[in-house]
Design a protein around this ligand. Structure first.
Ligand code: ZN
Length: 255
């Protein structure tokens, strides 16, 4: 039996539904991780496993954050990177990020999610694209799972280091076959496509100055799991092209 929650007696409950209802004295009834009902007291069950009195509060739907790099929570105040443009900021911080550990990924993820939850966000993505010193996407996923937020972890990646014309140092980039193998691994290990899922995995190559144009089209050697969110199966062999998005010619990024 799913645990239930009744949050009632709000000064105003703002539904943002099709009729834009704003319900004075309204409440929310939750079963498990899904809202089962909103409305006036006579439209809601009289009690639940947990009951919260919202007198003095306005209730809004949870906010959704579609872009975050939670590991950067730990490097917000580095003097070298203050007031820098994007590339200067990245060059200052790449060596710092290269020293991060799995524990730092976990701590930064929990810090970022605490900030989000305290400001009304209930669903968030995270774009993690550096995996130094044994760090894995699993570290952020496991950290998020302790918080109660609905989490969309994206498996980021960088494959073109400075020696090939990219911006990041070679120590922070990964082999493209390894990227694809680990992306598949985390999808198969963690992705939950069900309705009301608390955890989904996205695929997120990083930027034109750190990923080759081949990465999204590399030939696959095995079929993709039906539950995987990024494809429908094996593709024919593609011809590898040369890297042509070097940091020297790529001055901006959109993400
Ligand atoms: Zn970003």
């Amino acid at each position: 039996m799913k645990r239930t929650l009744l949050a009632r007696n709000a000064d105003v409950l703002v539904t943002m539904d099709a009729r834009r209802r704003e319900i004075r004295g309204g409440g929310v009834y939750v079963e498990g991780n899904a809202i089962a009902a909103v409305g006036t007291p006579d439209e809601l069950p009289p009690t639940a496993d947990e009951v919260i009195d919202l007198a003095g509060h306005v209730v809004l739907p949870g906010l959704v954050n579609t872009h975050h790099h939670m590991y950067q929570t730990l490097t917000r105040a580095m003097p070298l990177a203050q007031d820098a443009e994007l590339f200067g900021w990245l060059r200052a911080l790449y060596p710092v990020w290269a020293r991060m550990t799995p524990e730092m990924i976990r701590v930064s993820t929990r810090t970022a999610i605490a900030e989000l939850l305290l400001s009304g966000c209930t669903t968030t993505s995270d774009h993690l694209y550096v995996f130094p010193n044994g760090s894995r996407l699993d570290d952020s996923i496991e950290a998020a799972s302790t918080t109660g937020i609905r989490f969309h972890a994206t498996r980021g990646s960088m494959s073109v280091g400075a020696s090939r014309g990219g911006l990041p140092p070679d120590a922070l980039v990964e082999d493209e076959d390894a990227i694809l193998a680990d992306t598949r691994r985390v999808i198969e290990a963690w992705h939950d496509p069900a309705r009301h899922s608390m955890l989904r995995i996205g695929v997120a190559p990083c930027s034109p100055f750190s990923v080759s144009r081949d990465l999204p089209t590399l030939p696959r050697t095995t079929t993709t799991s039906p539950t995987a969110g990024n494809g429908s199966g094996a593709r024919p062999q593609s011809t590898r092209r040369t890297w042509d998005g070097s940091a020297a010619t790529c001055g901006t990024r959109t993400a």
